[in-house]
Design a protein around this ligand. Structure first.
Ligand code: TEU
Ligand code: CA
Length: 559
């Protein structure tokens, strides 16, 4: 059998370290309490120092902010709170000048209900924009079928003007676009060209597998009633639409694409990312991040489960496919609080261990803003403290309706809410963590900012920030960390994650202790541990041992 690496094509986006910016929470520059593009521009050297190659910017478009920009009113305009098109151009130029690239968020499963297309669409049944969205008459007194919104309640809202329902898989202010309509697809391709022609380097595509809907609009089949994302993902014409998008637009530029593939299984993944098919470069698979959620509740996860996710992805995607590696984003609680140990003194070593894992697994790593500082979950105690529409709607649907007690709901959200990731970046020990000069930020800054902030991290050579930077250097120096094959040496071990990455003559060994207790490491007899390349403790343990939350990368020799 040929070595896998011989057939893997080298691509800049496979080698890149990606950093996600949630602009609202990154850096405010004008004292209105909201992050903005000039704020990001002022932090570009910070990103460069971290070892970032590509920035993924969460939506920066004109929006009424029902879902913080994931509800777009004008795809060609910059959100007024974030700045102007000149600021956007300056951001792009500032990144390019430092050898970094920019990908933007493409949110085209739905638009805002304030988009002119929808404003027109809802006016009358014969409006030229009617078929830009999905309208259906009700069934009896109710909606057309039992589809549910991810933000609680029915996915259909009755619009009194024409007495028909429109579909929205997310909030009622996020009507789903009708991809069956050729004009809609042409509009999408056009707006993609608009940003690509400006020089952006690709797209992160929001819930892209959900764009194609079963046109008979049936009720959920019984097997998909609970986890409806497995029903909505991979609709009948998904692959046709993506291949068309690729042919019409993407194939004409040297760009990267990553699809947010909520509801796509590892087995379905090759059909989206196999390079011979001409669809996407890679997707986000959510099996790992979702190990710690069950509805709104925190679910204690185990290390063998996490390893099984990576092994399953590895097995289901061959040498013509490429994966992403991430455990956090703007839709999940904080990395160190969910998968590490955010109690002192373990916060920093466990965050560095997670960094080591993300940057050495097989795929393009995505760092979410603030995780390089080991920012933690916010101590939320009441529903008023949350901003997220997902929380506010779920509170009404579950607590106010009496299905769930307030205490149970709040306990769950205190571990799982999306708002943990959305509290502002902690830049310094100045008021509001240096995020804003306003008295109040749009969402409260975590009160631990005097201890946990970028200024302190930059000054401390042992910080999580500098550890990421060293890992990024290590990835650049060792192509085995990018292109090498991946072998899990102890899939069943409850606390140790040990794996090799091998390319040609070079084998690297990664040892991660996911616990506070010391572990004795036993390796297969044909492997000998070589030189230590990078560890996360100032005094590494002896070779055969890992201290609590210790992480090491070694050269490895085979007999
Ligand atoms: O997320 C899609 C998505 O499925 C998640 O929002 C998921 O439902 C949620 O995390 C469960 O709590 C994308 C964006 O990343 C998200 O921010 C948007 O709210 C959503 O699409 C709608 O655009
Ligand atoms: Ca601002």
């Amino acid at each position: 059998m040929p070595q896998k690496e011989e057939t893997v094509r080298r691509r800049w986006w496979k080698e890149a370290v990606v950093y996600q910016i949630y602009p609202r929470s990154f850096q405010d520059s004008n004292g209105d309490g909201i992050g903005d593009l000039p704020g990001i521009i002022s932090r570009l050297d910070y990103l460069k120092g971290l070892g970032v190659d590509v920035v993924w910017l969460s939506p920066h478009y004109d929006s009424p902010n029902a879902d913080n920009g994931y509800d777009i009113r004008d795809y060609r305009k910059v959100m007024a709170e974030f700045g102007t098109m000149a600021d956007f151009d300056a951001l792009l130029a500032g990144l390019k000048a430092r050898g970094m690239r920019l990908i933007v968020d493409l949110v085209v499963n739905h638009s805002s209900d304030e988009h002119v297309w929808f404003v027109e669409s809802r006016k009358s049944k014969d409006n030229p924009y009617r078929d830009y969205y999905i309208w259906r008459p009700g069934r009896g007194d109710g909606p057309p079928n039992d589809w549910r919104s991810y933000f609680s309640g029915s996915a259909w809202t009755l619009d009194p003007t024409t007495d028909e329902y429109y579909l929205h898989l997310f909030a009622d202010k996020q009507p789903d676009l009708n991809w069956e309509n050729d004009k809609v697809r042409a509009e999408v391709y056009d707006l993609m060209r608009f940003w690509l022609d400006k020089g952006v380097d690709g797209f992160r595509m929001d819930v892209i597998p959900m764009i194609s809907k079963e046109q008979t609009f049936p009720d959920y089949p019984p097997e998909h009633r609970e986890r409806t994302e497995y029903y909505h993902a991979v609709g009948p014409r998904l692959h046709e639409f993506l291949q068309e998008m690729n042919r019409e637009v993407l194939s004409k530029y040297d760009v990267m694409t990553v699809g947010e593939a909520f509801g796509v299984t590892p087995e379905q993944t090759p059909d989206l990312v196999d390079e011979r098919r001409g669809e996407l470069n890679m997707i986000f698979n959510f099996d790992a991040v979702r190990l710690c959620h069950e509805g709104h509740r925190y679910r204690p996860w185990t290390l063998p489960e996490l390893k099984a996710v990576y092994n399953r992805l590895e097995e289901s995607t061959g040498s013509h496919c490429w994966n992403t590696v991430f455990l956090s984003n703007h839709d999940n609680a904080r990395l160190v609080s969910s998968f590490g140990d955010d109690a002192e003194p373990w916060r920093v070593p466990s965050a560095k261990l997670l960094a080591t894992m993300l940057m050495t697994l097989h795929g393009t790593p995505f760092i979410y803003q603030g995780d390089e500082l080991a920012m933690t979950n916010y101590p939320f105690t009441s529903v008023e403290q949350y901003d997220d529409i997902a929380v506010r709607n779920a509170w009404k649907a579950e607590v106010l309706s009496g299905k769930v007690t307030a205490a149970d709901f709040l306990e769950g959200m205190a571990r799982t809410s999306r708002d943990h990731a959305r509290t502002p970046m902690q830049w310094s020990s100045a008021s509001n963590g240096g995020f804003t000069s306003a008295a109040k930020a749009w969402l409260a800054v975590n009160p631990n900012y005097p201890q946990i902030n970028a200024e302190a991290a930059l000054a401390d050579p042992g910080s999580v920030y500098h550890h990421y930077a060293r890992l990024a250097d290590l990835r650049r120096a060792h192509p085995a960390l990018v292109y090498g094959d991946f072998v899990d040496l102890a899939p069943a071990h409850p606390r140790l994650f040990a794996y090799t990455r091998r390319l040609g003559d070079e084998t690297l060994l990664i040892l991660l202790n996911f616990s506070r207790e010391t572990i004795e490491v036993e390796l297969p007899p044909n492997l000998r541990v070589g030189e230590l390349l990078l560890g996360n403790l100032s005094t590494p343990s002896e070779t055969s041992r890992l201290a609590g939350w210790e992480a090491r990368v070694h050269r490895c020799h085979r007999d």
